[in-house]
Design a protein around this ligand. Structure first.
Ligand code: S3P
Length: 181
């Protein structure tokens, strides 16, 4: 099976869905942020603090190449900003099945509010209103990159085990019908 490459905004469900999907397909799951943190011996927040966003993006692209080489047939959860480095989506489309996960805003905002503390780009966003404005601005910049993915998947429903299972079933049925029978 080719690699399955999950793109999408922060908290769109790349890790949650990716882990469950990999388990179902009995293949490896790799979270790019985790791979970066392990390799650098630092959290993503520390890397941003020490090297800035530009430094993080350089490390991110290097690690992406390594992870793709080492896992040509795994499920890989990218970081929210990974596809937005020019040329990356084109490369990913050659390397595997790319899928843009999109969660409805009313599901995404509470997840972002909860996951704020470990995401440097979300620091200082105190209210849901501020978060909503930030997300709308960022999506306007990022959607042109995400939309280069080969497939789109609604990842709104991942809040409990039964939603996750139903989402994995829908993912396999709609995106992998030729690959998984
Ligand atoms: C980022 C998303 C994060 C992480 C970093 C930057 C982004 O990953 O790579 O904080 O630019 O959207 P998740 O999408 O897994 O939160």
């Amino acid at each position: 099976m080719p690699a399955i490459l999950l793109a999408g905004f922060m908290c769109s469900g790349k890790t949650t869905l990716g882990e469950a999907l990999a388990r179902r397909l009995a293949v490896r799951f790799i979270d790019l942020d985790d791979a970066i943190e392990r390799s650098c011996g630092m959290s993503v927040s520390e890397i941003f603090r020490l090297k800035g966003e530009k430094g993080f993006r350089e490390i991110e692209v290097q690690m992406l190449h390594r992870v793709l080489n080492e896992n040509p047939d795994g499920v890989i959860a990218l970081g929210g900003g990974t596809p937005c480095t020019p040329g990356v989506m084109e490369m990913l489309n050659h390397m595997g099945i790319t899928v843009w996960l999109e969660a409805d805003l009313d599901r995404l905002i509470p997840r972002l509010m909860q996951g704020r503390s470990v995401r440097p780009l979300l620091q200082g966003l105190e209210t849901e209103e501020e978060m909503k404005l930030f997300v709308k601005d960022k999506l306007a910049l990022r959607n042109p990159y995400y939309s280069k993915a080969g497939h789109q998947f609604n990842s709104s429903f991942l809040e409990n085990e039964s939603e996750i299972e139903a989402s994995v079933n829908r993912f396999i049925k709609t995106i992998l019908p030729e690959v998984v029978r």
